[in-house]
Each structure stands twice: as C-alpha cells, then as structure tokens.
Design a protein around this ligand. Structure first.
Ligand code: GAL
Length: 227
C-alpha cells in the first residue's frame, strides 16, 4: 500500500467546499491506498469528517489572488510534513470527485489537460518580463492548475521552482496572467510531465465534453469566493 497525500488549501469560503471534497475523495480517490489529507486552513475541521488521516496546518488567509499564487510556496515551506508520503496530489478545494480515480494517476510528474484548451497552447503568459513567459516557438500544451501531482521528490522540486519564480515575479511587480497556472505551464513546457491526464480529471461543471467526469471543477461565484 502506498502513502499518498492529497493537498488542499481551504481558507475562508473554500472551507465549505473542502468538507464535501474530502467526503467525495473518501469514496473515489485511491480507495485502496493509504491516503492522508493535508489541509492548509484557517478553520477548524470536524474530527469525524473522514476515517482517513487529516494533517491540518494553520495558515492565514490572504486576499485574492494570493491563496492561489502562494500554493507552491506553502508546499515548499511545509515540505517536512510530507516525508512519509510516496506521492502528492494537489486538488482545488472547489472540486468534487465523482468517478474512480485510481493507480492510473501515479507517476513522477502528473499534469491534467485543461478542459477549455485540451491539446492546444491555451493561454500561456505572453509578457516576456515574467518568468512564466513561454516563447511562441516552444512546444507546449495547456494544463489546468486545479489537479496535479507526482512522486514526492519530483513534486516538491517543481513546487520549489514555481515558488521561487512566483516570488521573483512579485518582486518585479509582475503577476502572471493565470497566476500559479501560468508558472506551472511554463514548468511543464520545459519539464515534460511523465503522465498527462485527460480533462476527465478537471471537468468543468456544466461543460459538455467527450470525456467521462471523474473530478468536477464546480461553478462558483468568483466575487463571493474571493472574500
Ligand atoms: C478558465 C479557468 C481559469 C484558467 C483559465 C485559463 O476557464 O476558469 O481558472 O484556467 O481558463 O485560460
């Protein structure tokens, strides 16, 4: 049995989503394996939420877009808590598992095709001053930031690189167009994922895609959620 960490960031209103997400993950996310939930939150989670282990790390909420942009910083900062894990996966709190997600996702560096831009270049950063910039002649396809993962060493080394690049951009007063997702796409353009998951693993709610939904990205009121 493998030790697999599911990383969730759930401050303020994302807390409510994370409760349901965890219960859906109990059913569908690698049910045969030893999954621990690593929750980064400013709330208290109910003790009886799940039979699986929950590791709660208190973090402060910061205004939009810092909670999304800062995710890799958080993972790098707390990397010691993952030392017993074999694999780590990150999932946005406002997603829901609705189909079996099993060993097919286990690989060193795992990316998920963006449901809106499957197999295309999507919306990479075009500001040459940003470290997320991808030149037009660099082969790439666009991945969604909402679900990714890998073996602990590979994932944490990506997290460290993205955190450094995001911090450097910030010091130059730059926030990439799609925040952490832009930096992740830059990384994958130069460090090919060892496993590419279809949009089944980031299926936009109400989208009509030629894939079966396994993880749904829920519709949300962005204004409400960002407070
Ligand atoms: C949107 C999605 C954003 C971002 C963007 C990239 O559909 O909601 O989170 O991924 O596409 O263009």
């Amino acid at each position: 049995m493998l030790n697999i960490g599911l990383l969730l960031i759930a401050t303020n209103r994302y807390y409510e989503y994370a409760l349901d997400l965890i219960q859906s993950a109990d059913t569908y996310f690698l049910p045969q394996h030893n999954v621990s939930y690593f929750l980064f939150t400013n709330r208290e989670f109910p003790a009886n939420l799940t039979n699986r282990k929950i590791v709660c790390t208190p973090i402060e909420h910061k205004p939009w877009p810092w909670m999304t942009l800062g995710r890799y910083h958080i993972f790098s900062q707390y990397k010691q808590i993952f030392k017993d894990m074999n694999y780590l996966f990150y999932c946005d709190a406002d997603m829901r598992f609705v189909g079996d997600v099993g060993e097919e996702i286990l690989s060193d560096l795992v990316a998920t095709q963006h449901p809106g831009y499957c197999g295309t270049r999507g919306t990479p950063e075009t500001n040459i001053a940003s470290l997320a910039y991808i030149p037009p002649d660099q082969p790439m396809q666009y991945f969604a930031g909402g679900f990714n993962g890998g073996s602990v060493d590979h994932y944490l080394s990506m997290a460290q690189k993205l955190s450094t690049n995001i911090d450097k951009d910030y010091h130059n007063h730059i926030i990439a167009i799609w925040h952490d997702e832009s930096h992740m796409n830059k990384y994958f353009a130069y460090n090919a994922p060892t496993k590419i998951l279809s949009p089944s693993y980031c299926y936009g709610e109400n989208m009509n895609l030629p894939y079966s939904a396994k993880i749904i990205a829920l519709n949300k009121n962005h204004q409400y959620m960002r407070t």
